[in-house]
Design a protein around this ligand. Sequence first.
Ligand SMILES: C[S@@+](CC[C@H](N)C(=O)[O-])C[C@H]1O[C@@H](n2cnc3c(N)ncnc32)[C@H](O)[C@@H]1O
Length: 367
Amino acid sequence: MECSYFGKCGSCTLYALDYEAQVTHKKEAMQTLFESLHVKKFDFFESASEHYRGRAEFRIWKEGEKISYAMGAMDKKGAVCIDACPKVEERIDTLMPKLLKAIEDVRVLRERIFAIEFLSSSEHLLVTLIYHKPLDEAWEEEAKKLEKAFGIFVIGRSRGMKKVFSQDFVEERFSLEGKAYRYHIIEGGFSQPNRAMNQKMIGWVLSHLESCEDLLELYCGYGNFTLPMAGKFKKVLATEISKTSIASALKNCELNDVSNITFLRLSAEELTSALNKERVFNRLAGIDLDAYAFSHVFVDPPRSGMDEKSLAFISRFETIIYISCNLQTLKRDLEVLSQNYSIEHFALFDQFPNTEHLESGVILKRL
Ligand SMILES: C[S@@+](CC[C@H](N)C(=O)[O-])C[C@H]1O[C@@H](n2cnc3c(N)ncnc32)[C@H](O)[C@@H]1O
C-alpha cells in the first residue's frame, strides 16, 4: 500500500515492509509468542493489502474555515491532517474528499464538528457526523441534503443527541457454504472492520464444526458468527452485554428466518453466575438453562480477553472456540485453558494489515 502519511500518521506501523514481508513478520512473531504453548501449525489468511477497512473513524481538524480529516500522530504528539486514507474501502475513499468539501462549504455543517465515522456494508454506506453543539433544524435541513447528494445514510450525534433521517443501520449480505445471510449492523454497535476477513473467519469456524449438540456463545454482538453457526447446532444460547447489539441480533434472526437461537443481554460475568446457579436474573425468566446440552462454547471477547471466572466457567465444555483480536490476552487465556485442553486448530486472520495487530481463532478439545 502507498500512503504519503506513512511515518507521520500513527495508524500504520508496519509501513516499511511490503505486504509479503508483513505476512512473514507476523508469522514469525506469532511463532515466537506461542512457542511455549507448542503451537507449531497454524493457518494464515491474508487480506487485501489496501482498501480493506469498512469501518473507519477520523477526527476533524480546523484552521479558520478550512477543515481536514486528522489521525493521531506517530510520535503521539497531536494530530496529522490527511486528505486520503488508502486503508478504507474504495467507496469510503472516494466519498471522503467530496463529503469534506460539502461540509466545509456550509457553515451550520462545518461549525463545531469534531469527528466523522464511516460504516460500509455490501449494500450501504452510513456516515456519522459528531459535533460539540446541539443539532438544530437548520443543521438537519443541510444534513439531509448530504444524504441525497451522496446516496448515503447520515446520522448526527452530539452529547445526549442522535439524529437519524433514513436509518441507523447498514445491511450486509454474503453467502457461505451455499447459504445466503443478511445482517442489519447498527451504527454504534461493534462490527468487524475488515469485511472480507470477517467472512473468512466465519467460514473457517464453520469448516471445523463437528459433533454438534447445543452451542453456548459469549460476546455474540449482532450475531455475526451466531447465525451461520446455528445451522450446525440443535439449539443456541447467545449472550452479549450491549443492548444495541442484542436488538440487532434479534432482528437478524428474523431476517434470516432462524428460530433455534435465544439471544440474551447478559454480560459474560452474569451468564457465568446464572449457569453456576449463583444468581437469578429476570432476563432469564422462562428460559430453562438445564434443557441445553452444550457441546461447544464460542467466545469472542474484547481486547482485554476473558475475566478469570468466565474462563474457569468455559473450562467445563468439550469444545471451546476462541476468537481473539489480541494475541497477548489470547496467550494469557490459553495458558490457563491448555492445562485441560489440547489446541486442535489455530488460525490467524490479517484483519489489520500495516499494523502489528492480528485476529485469531483457536479450537480446543478437552483432554
Ligand atoms: C470483539 S466483539 C465480538 C462480537 C461478535 N462476535 C462479532 O463478531 O461481531 C466483542 C463483543 O463483546 C461485547 N462485550 C464486551 N464486554 C462484555 C462482557 N463483559 N460480557 C459480554 N459481552 C461483552 C461487546 O459489546 C462486543 O459486542
